[in-house]
Ligand binder design. Structure first.
Ligand SMILES: Cc1cc2nc3c(=O)[nH]c(=O)nc-3n(C[C@H](O)[C@H](O)[C@H](O)COP(=O)(O)O)c2cc1C
Length: 187
């Protein structure tokens, strides 16, 4: 699939068919992450590929939050329960010490975000589906997978053949997000 077409037709998948992911497709996804740009080319990411069914179920459970009453309220999308069906879950981690930290900007999140987008587009371009799951019990997943304390877990990506993708989700119009020349000037 051509890049712009993949971007245009992207949508998150939270339900998966009982169908394995071919090894070469998984490798192409991991290779797309490997090719991502990063702060000073330090490539702060590490990935854990989980295929074992019991561990995938535990990950799905640890990523389902009934309600979180922090500074902003949060509740996991109920559709997210379907992620345990995905035959592969990629756990994307990053080492903050291996990226920039300047003027209160932590660039490991930027690096990991770019790597995530490569992962998502490479998945979608091959007829597979995934979703960025960004809320989860980080410490419990660290223990489950033996991830060291200093490493941050940025996202879980269940990967599989999606059930009925449906329409793409709406986005703001360009006029709402783009200014011309100066902040506030309509484009
Ligand atoms: C940083 C980040 C965290 C996200 N976390 C979750 C999540 O925990 N659970 C979930 O179901 N979707 C999650 N999503 C997916 C978004 O809800 C989804 O991308 C958005 O609603 C737009 O829908 P679309 O991806 O289908 O276009 C996350 C997306 C991003 C970028």
């Amino acid at each position: 699939m051509e890049t712009l077409e993949a971007i245009k037709t992207w949508r998150s998948s939270r339900k998966f068919l009982d169908k394995p992911v071919e090894e070469e497709k998984l490798e192409a996804i991991l290779e797309a992450v490997r090719r991502a740009p990063s702060w000073a080319n330090m490539q702060c990411w590490k990935l854990v590929v989980v295929e074992d069914g019991e561990t995938r179920q535990k990950l799905a459970d640890l990523a389902f939050v009934e309600a979180y009453f922090g500074p902003i309220g949060y509740k996991s999308n109920p559709a997210q329960k379907g992620i345990a069906q995905a035959p592969v879950v990629i756990v994307l981690c990053a080492d903050p010490a291996k990226s920039g930290n300047l003027w209160e900007q932590q660039y490991y999140m930027t690096d990991a975000g770019i790597a995530s987008q490569n992962l998502m587009l490479a998945t979608h371009a091959q007829g597979l589906g995934t979703v960025f799951v960004g809320v989860f019990e980080e410490d419990k997943i660290r223990s489950l997978l033996g991830i060291p304390r200093e490493i941050r877990i940025v996202g879980l990506f269940p990967v599989g053949y999606p059930v009925d993708q449906g329409e793409t989700r709406p986005r703001k119009a360009l006029g709402e997000i783009v200014y011309s020349g100066k902040w506030g000037e309509s484009f």
